[in-house]
Design a protein around this ligand. Sequence first.
Ligand code: SF4
Ligand code: SF4
Length: 420
Amino acid sequence: MATAPLSFDIEPAAPCIHCGICLESCPTYVLTRLETESPRGRIHLMQEIATGRIELTSSARLHLDRCLACRACEAVCPSGVGYGELIENARASFEEHGVVRRSGPMRWVRRALLSLVADPARLEGVAGLMALYERTGLRRFVRASGLRAALPRRLRRLEGLYPPLTRPRYRRAPVPTVTRARVALLLGCVMRVAYGDVHTAAARVLSRLGVEVVEVPAQTCCGALHAHAGERPDAKALARRNIAAFEAAGVDAIVVDAAGCGAHMKGYGHLLADEPEWAARAEAFAAKVRDVTEYVASLGGGTLGRLPMRVTYQSPCHLGHAQRITEQPRALLRRVEGLELIEMAEPEMCCGSAGSYNIQQPELADALLARKIAAIEATGAEAVVSANPGCMLQVQSGLAERGRDLPVLHVVEILDRAMR
Ligand code: SF4
Ligand code: SF4
């Protein structure tokens, strides 16, 4: 029965010729072998929903909800289908039309979390309180006493993904004696409170290579979490704040060490394309965004220090698929003397993190994580290297679940240690 269409932009799907080349790269299709869980099936479904030929039933929603938005399909598509943009349009439309039913408390928690990450000062305060769970030894007790194993599955998962809030906060690096470029570093939201020392490592590496890292105190969360959750007005507001903040810094590049944030910020031009006052500024901003591995690799040069270690590299979806940066992180690791890079099987396959996917779709997320951990273990590596906080948390929790204490490090942490 024809219904009022949800009217979202399906133009990014237009080039699809239904060839199916994308199927084998799709994690949910690989696991289920169902057309409805494939990119081709979802594209067809979204086209039918947007044109009102079918209703958004709960089973149709489920097929779309199960999409990780990993964009592996987009990276292999020969026709140039903009899958990432398409699924984001669909999710934003579902939110705008109020078709996503949530209980009162769930709505409140979701809103509270999204507004918390958008406010760096408040996030710092809350993170300080939450860190007590670790600082008081409660987390160690929960794990050692077996209490964690007795928790319901969803709570156990949340506990495992609890970010490390006691790691050192970001510290500025010295200004190089001879400066070849000036850049700004995105501090973000979760990265700011959970992986501040990764920012410090990035800044130190840049400084040693003659790049000055300029402080931009007015910057805020990039808005990727809001955009992926379908909260487009919030995502736009955060983008506008960041554009104004970074413009004032007048830097050569905006360097990002969280792949998900970088992928989203490279899309600011598209996000604000319908706002005349911001469109050109957003394009100019996006043109300056560089993943830290992309930026450091572009500086050229030879050896990047020495660190005897056997590592394997987990390619984040938002770096490999969304930004098509697969070679630069590996090339940087190969420039470290003594470091052995062992490729795992399916390095570009999603680990199941994908924002809150591991909470919303636990079965599929678990299956993907188990596949990833098996691939890591088969390499015999001493450490896992990645370039996105979500992947790092997910892999770390998967290893811990199996009693493995393999370190999970960011590429810049490896470079920082090697160059010391
Ligand atoms: S999205 Fe691309 S690869 Fe997949 S079926 Fe369509 S044209 Fe083929
Ligand atoms: S974004 Fe990822 S999970 Fe979604 S259809 Fe494409 S490959 Fe599959």
